[in-house]
Design a protein around this ligand. Structure first.
Ligand code: FRU
Length: 505
């Protein structure tokens, strides 16, 4: 039997078909991890992947995610792929409602893949991709057949699937890499954007349209200037903000260019005029990376009842091993961020609800000249908010998760002289994807003053530069003893003022 066939041998339709003890055992292993996060969403065991169906419905924020809680189970190895369902009043404290959709129909047997949701009256309208394979009894002749499926969730959190897929298989000109519908409503009509691969093996996105969420017609490819950008676009998300059209998406297969595109896969965005409909013209240039850290993928946005465009992402990457695998789980969500357009740039601002987690404020006021400031912290889940004034210095270094001698640490270098920001996790802790490098660098013009906000948790660092103009998101796996902060001014004087808050949950 090939590994592939074995993989699906113990595929179960429902988690309720699995002995409780298998499920509990996975959770016990996961709970024994030293890397469990304090205020970031994680799965109780198994894998957490793309955020899905991010929305507001029934008086609560709704978040679903790609979930395989028994992904690491052994003897027997069970697989189960579905959408996990969480609800929240504040986007920070989430209640776990278990499986929303399980892979139990002939249209999604091999995965209820990513999708989205929008609320309408007493229904949460959903749209996702069902993944299936045929010829699974052969060695190498498996053929993927995707289905685009609509559904709705009622106020009792029961998902009702439409038995007639909107698209079966693919459409002419595209391969079976055809998935991840993100739906939006404009002028009373529905649109969805899907990530696809052309038959010439380049990636793009398609837009479909419906007047009633039942009958859909294909409008065509999103018409951008990027005709051969990677081999597949995953998880496209189109939205409009302050008269701009923004596409956040994951073009797979970009070759690294200088400091850019260093991760195995990237999340990028295009911002320009609103997409003209129905002709799908998107006038946007300057492809940019959404994040400059090591671990961010498959972002999804929602429009909150108070008018904010909020983004959340998987803090993890496909096809990547993490030290948590040993504890039978992987992945977490990023903190949610409010998107804003300031001076024609897309800013990602930590949502204000995070401020309610602040406890034990500590004030930092230091003027450093070629000397080092050292501080022991009592916990690793912290927010740092620093204003840094380069009086005469060339650079300023922030070492997080440092040990007493500052030999092991996560280093942030704000290099004013070179106009670049570097993050370095080479000595932070357990290795992650070292083949893709242990530093990330962004060319960034640094003024005399810079504001830095950082959210750390047990095993992550999210760095926001100048109010969210640039963001660096990374997993880190340090030892417990790495509980120091070091600040270091290089080649002259730097003044730093600000606060450190402990994050409560
Ligand atoms: C992105 C992705 C999506 C797909 C899902 C399957 O991480 O590959 O394209 O829908 O994950 O889990």
């Amino acid at each position: 039997m090939t590994n592939r066939i074995k993989e699906f041998k113990n595929m179960v339709d429902h988690l309720t078909d699995v002995p409780k003890k298998v499920i509990n055992n996975e959770q016990i292993i996961t709970n024994s991890s030293p890397y469990r996060q304090k205020y970031h969403v994680e799965s109780e065991s198994g894998t957490l992947g793309d955020p899905n169906g991010f929305s507001y419905f029934n008086g609560k924020y709704q978040l679903f995610y790609q979930w395989s809680p028994l992904a690491y189970s052994q003897k027997p190895h069970y697989t189960q792929h579905g959408w996990k369902h969480l609800v929240s009043d504040d986007l920070i404290h989430w209640q776990d409602l278990g499986a929303a959709i399980e892979s139990d129909t002939r249209y999604d047997r091999y995965g209820t893949y990513s999708g989205s949701a929008i609320s309408e009256d007493d229904k949460l309208l959903m749209f996702y991709t069902g993944n299936t394979w045929i010829n699974t009894d052969t060695q190498n002749n498996w053929v993927r057949i995707p289905y685009q499926i609509t559904a709705y969730m009622d106020k009792n959190n029961i998902v009702h699937r439409n038995n007639d897929p909107i698209i079966e298989g693919t459409v002419s000109g595209y391969t079976a890499h055809f998935r991840d519908p993100k739906v939006w409503k404009k002028d009373g009509e529905y649109y969805a954007i899907l990530g696809v691969q052309r038959t010439n093996l380049t990636g793009t996105a398609l837009i479909i349209h419906s007047k009633d969420f039942k009958d859909w017609n294909l409008l065509g490819e999103l018409n951008t200037k990027y005709d051969s950008l990677g081999y597949m676009w995953e998880c496209p998300d189109y939205f409009e903000l302050d008269n701009n059209g923004v596409l956040v998406f994951c073009p797979q297969g970009l070759k690294s260019e200088g400091n850019k595109y260093q991760n195995i896969y990237q999340t990028c965005y295009l911002m320009g005029d609103k997409v003209s409909l129905p002709d799908t013209e998107f006038n946007a240039e300057n492809l940019k990376e959404l994040d400059h850290g090591f671990d961010l993928y498959a972002s999804q946005t929602m429009f909150s009842p108070d008018g904010r465009r909020i983004l959340i992402s998987w803090m993890g990457l496909p096809e990547t091993s993490y030290p948590t695998d040993k504890f039978h789980y992987s992945g977490c969500m990023t903190i949610p961020k409010e998107l804003k357009i300031i001076n024609n740039k897309l800013y990602q601002v930590p949502i204000r609800e995070l401020d309610t987690c602040r406890v034990n404020e500590q004030i930092i006021k230091q003027t450093l000249t070629d000397n080092v400031y050292q501080k022991k912290l009592s916990q690793t889940a912290n927010e740092y908010d620093f204003s840094i004034d380069f009086k005469t210095s060339n650079a300023f270094i922030i070492d997080l998760f440092a040990d007493e001698d500052d030999q092991r640490r996560f280093r942030i270098i704000l290099n004013k002289k070179k106009n670049e920001i570097v993050i370095d996790r080479s000595t932070t802790g357990k290795d992650i994807s070292v083949a893709y490098g242990t530093t990330r660098t962004l060319d960034y013009s640094i003024d005399n003053e810079i504001n830095i906000r950082i959210y750390t948790d047990t095993s992550s660092v999210e760095l926001f530069v100048n109010g969210g103009e640039e963001v660096f998101t990374s997993r880190v796996f340090p030892k417990k003893s790495q509980s120091y902060l070091f600040l270091n001014s290089v080649g002259g004087t730097t003044a730093v003022t600000g606060n450190i808050y402990e994050m409560s949950k």
